[in-house]
Each structure stands twice: as C-alpha cells, then as structure tokens.
Design a protein. Structure first.
Length: 256
C-alpha cells in the first residue's frame, strides 16, 4: 500500500498558468465522454492507447481520457500537488514535458503489453513523469501523508525521495506480478523513468532541496489540530541537516 500525500512543504514560484489549463482540459474532456454519441467503453477503443494498434493519435489522445470520477480525481490531485513545483522549473516547457512523459508511458505499455487489444486510458503515465521529475529535483521536500493501518488513519511526513522510491518500487513489482490487471503499472513506470531522466539530463546537475513551510527552517511542524496521530518519519542520510531554500495512471484501463 502506498501512502496518500495530501500536502508538500515546498514553496513554489509557479503562477499555475499552464497547470490550471491542463487540469481544466482533462476535466472538460472527461465530461465530454458522456455527452457525445460515442461513449465508453467504445470511446476508449477509438481514442485510447491500443498496443495491438498504436496509431499515432492514440499516443496523445489516450492521455486525456478517464474511466471514472475516482480515476480523474486521483490523477488531477497528484498533478496539482506535484505539478506546481515542476512547472516552476520548466515554465513554458511544462506542457511539452508532460505530453512527452505520457508518450514515454505509452511506450513502456506497448513493450510490456505487446499485442494487447485492451485500451489504456488516463493521465497517470504523464503525471508519473511529473512525479519522477519532482523526486529528482526536490528529493528532500517533506510530504505530508496519510495511510490507513489497523482501521486507524495515521498521519506522517516523509521526504520526497522516500515516497518516490516506494512508488517506483511498487510499479516495478506490479508490472511483473500483474501485467494483465486493471492498472497499467508499466505505464506508470515508464512515465516516472522519462520524467526523472529529463530532470537529470536537462534541468541541472544537482537536485534542488526544499524548505518546509509549516514552521521555521529546521524546526518540526506544529502539532496537528485534527486529533490524528502525527508521525515524523526520519529516514537515514538527512536527519540532522536543515534543508536549503528552493528556487524553484497507470494509466488505468477498462476491465473489458
């Protein structure tokens, strides 16, 4: 199980001039799926990504289709949470970067599901690319997460590199354990690989470190006010060093 991140302690200079329109386009396309004459799942077979028939337009159109409310809600939340900092670094290059990562995700899906006639849809692959870049550029940014353990909601914080390692590890594992399941884990993996590679190669040699916003630098955040247990996860390597200031879906596929 992967923890759910609900906030990052990483100020961003981004004006969201590209992020908000990108989210709006995804939402509008999702709404239009149920307004036209061609609706899911037939719509997905025409515009989704088919490894058995990877026609050129499918590499892009599949990135804007979603199979349900929870599918698009989860994807857009992750895009909003991690996208602002990456947009702050890329600026006008953010949208091309996003689409390129989505195509990289489809490439991995094509390799691992060669010949499959089940369409893949969703922005998860492209958003995984955004996550991959975030983990490289801001490895020590703190993420506030929640997870359900023993019927109790636990809140804790962890560094982005720790969350990224867990996220990528799960995608690798599930790519081989569940290659024909309802989630395109290979697409997640491909997007993250492409995003991280671009961040390493083109966005500077040294990763940027983030400073927490919930309290003065080097100090823990204030105690929670909602009654949830709060655990500050200390992973090795950075425990006693304050961070420096920052300049800064699967592509889930239908079951049938």
């Amino acid at each position: 199980m992967i923890p759910f991140p609900y906030r990052d302690e990483n100020p961003s200079p981004s004006s969201h001039q590209f992020l908000i329109p990108l989210i709006a386009v995804n939402v509008l396309v999702f709404a239009s799926e149920y307004l036209g004459p061609l609706r899911p799942p037939e719509l997905f077979r025409v515009w989704g990504f088919l490894p058995s028939n990877p026609e050129p337009w499918r590499w892009l159109t599949s990135q804007f289709l979603h199979s349900g409310v929870m599918h698009i809600a989860g994807n857009m939340w992750f895009l909003w949470l991690f996208g602002d900092n990456v947009e702050g670094r890329l600026r006008e290059r953010f949208v091309p970067f996003y689409l390129f990562c989505g195509m990289g995700a489809n490439l991995f899906d094509l390799v691992f599901r060669a010949g499959s006639d089940v369409p893949a849809v969703g922005a998860s692959g492209a958003i995984s690319g955004v996550l991959g870049a975030y983990f490289v550029l801001f490895p020590h940014a703190r993420l506030q997460c929640v997870i359900m353990l023993f019927f109790r909601l636990i809140r804790f914080s962890m560094p982005a590199w720790g969350f990224g390692t867990l996220y990528v590890g799960v995608q690798v594992l599930m790519t081989f354990l569940s290659p024909a399941g309802g989630v395109a884990y290979a697409a997640h993996l491909g997007g993250a690989v492409f995003g991280a590679a671009i961040a390493f190669l083109f966005l500077g040699a040294s990763p940027v470190e983030a400073i927490g916003t919930s309290g003065p630098a080097g100090e823990p955040p204030p105690p929670p006010e909602d009654g949830l247990p709060d655990i500050r996860l200390r992973l090795p390597g950075r425990a006693n060093r304050p961070p420096a200031a920052s300049p800064v879906a699967g592509t889930p596929r239908p079951a049938a």
